[in-house]
Design a protein around this ligand. Structure first.
Ligand SMILES: *Cc1c(COP(=O)(O)O)cnc(C)c1O
Length: 439
């Protein structure tokens, strides 16, 4: 595949690409249960308009683009208020992973300055914490120390306490965790960190823009934000339940001194004095502008209206799934992220039976289970989904098909004792993703 010598007319290209969207999953009608957080055509239009207007702007220089400076600082300030501390400071980033990388970097560089005796820093991670933390540890030289979860699938605080050493610099909890949607015992985890005078990061990438509205709607929401003593940083994704465009998240700190450890500066470059708050250099100003537009378009009322739809939909799914013989929801999800498993059905075979019916479910491991992130796009999908799930469960229960294809491979790899082979299989897979198809 080479760069074409002659360019194609815009219209022809646009048609060609429009046709290629048929290769993609149907996210609009709720057939997919991850990746896309669609909150309706009106929201999409607000995002598109703001994005287009600020299309060429670069968030690298808020001084050249004063509009972006206003947008970013106001988005951060609004988020800080939602998360229980109007004084909190922070930045917008490209996503949850970058926000988490920044929290781990701030903790690491804080420890380098304030705990110089620590030479091999460690962080405590519940096994359900997002791999972005492991990635951050891998990039930044902070060793992840994994702790188990309790029977209720929340982080085991006793295990966290037992895992603390003189080298621990950071304790992490999720609000909620991705695999099963439960919130870790944040007050207890934060208290451990506070006692030791170290950092505590709450990963609210999923819950940061939903839990505050659930609280206003009087759902029981366990404490998770800056109102909890000892919490030093929080990540909250705009591109998940904030419903903004892909490439938008926030990272917040209670204390501005801790945030300074997130920054980078180079004073001697011939290209000029260089400073950068986050991982990225150039940043799409359009994504920042679109997020500001959306927060102002929806407001508290708009987010509460969406939150109600999401929770009603999630409850209908929880009840419906639990009512299907052989299936059960794992734990007690605190919002609208759920997983279910089965004592007697092959859950990966069930996923394939659902795929044959047009539904895309994420496969989880340890234990084998299936995953749903419930968004407003799923409201109309509940009935057909549950009908198909009931039918698929019956089929798997009576015919006992063995999973084939991806699901079969997933089943083998997730239980293979030799994890080195599994790591290698993952790398092979990633490698294949950027090889153009021969056809
Ligand atoms: C999605 C997610 C992340 C990572 O966010 P990205 O935007 O995919 O980088 C981190 N933590 C949790 C709990 C998540 O659900």
């Amino acid at each position: 595949m080479e760069l074409p010598v002659t360019g194609k007319p815009h219209k022809q290209l646009a048609e060609e690409m429009e046709a290629l969207t048929s290769l993609d999953v149907d996210w609009r009608s709720g057939k997919i249960w991850s990746f896309v957080y669609f909150a309706g055509d009106d929201v999409a239009q607000v995002l598109k308009d703001a994005y287009t207007t600020f299309f060429y702007t670069n968030g690298l220089s808020p001084m050249a683009f004063r509009s972006l400076k206003k947008f970013e600082s106001e988005v951060v300030a609004m988020t800080a208020n939602l998360l229980g501390c109007s004084e909190a400071v922070g930045n917008m980033t490209s996503g949850g992973t970058e926000s988490i990388l920044m929290a781990v970097k701030a903790a690491r560089d804080w420890a380098r300055a304030e705990r110089p005796q620590i030479t091999a820093p460690e962080m405590i991670l519940p096994v359900t914490a997002h791999p972005a933390h492991d990635k951050a540890g891998h990039y930044l030289g902070v060793k992840p120390v994994h702790i188990p979860v309790r029977d209720d699938l929340r982080a085991d605080v006793d295990a966290a306490q037992a895992a603390m050493t003189d080298s621990t610099i950071l304790v992490v909890g999720s609000a909620p965790c991705y695999p099963c949607g439960v919130i870790d015992p944040i007050p207890e985890l934060a208290a451990l960190a506070k006692d030791k005078g170290i950092c505590c990061h709450v990963d609210a990438c999923l819950g940061g823009f939903l839990l505050p509205f659930l609280r206003r709607l009087e759902y029981p929401v366990p404490p998770f934000d800056f109102s909890v003593p000892g919490v030093t940083s929080i990540s909250a994704d705009l591109h998940k339940f904030g419903f903004s465009v892909r490439g938008t998240s926030t990272i917040l700190y209670r204390d501005r001194n801790l945030r300074r450890y997130q920054f980078f500066s180079q004073a001697d470059w011939p290209g000029g004095l260089y400073g950068s708050p986050t991982m990225t250099g150039s940043r799409p100003g359009a994504a920042i502008a679109a997020s500001w537009a959306l927060l102002n378009y929806l407001g508290e009322e708009g987010y509460m209206r969406l939150a109600r739809i999401i929770m009603d939909t999630a409850q209908a799914l929880i009840d419906g799934i639990n009512a299907i013989p052989g299936l059960q929801i794992r734990g007690k999800p605190d919002m609208s992220v759920l997983s279910f498993d089965s004592d007697d059905l092959n859950i990966y075979a069930l996923a394939e039976a659902m795929e044959a019916r047009g539904w895309n479910l994420e496969l989880l491991q340890r234990p084998p289970s299936l995953h749903l992130v419930v968004t407003p796009a799923h409201k109309e999908a509940v009935e057909p989904f549950l009908a198909d799930l009931g039918e698929a469960a019956e089929e798997v229960s009576s015919k006992k098909p063995a999973p084939t294809g991806t699901a079969a491979m997933y089943g083998v790899l997730s239980t293979l004792p030799d994890r080195t082979t599994v790591h290698s299989a993952i790398l092979d897979f990633i490698e294949g993703l950027t090889r153009p198809d021969q056809s």
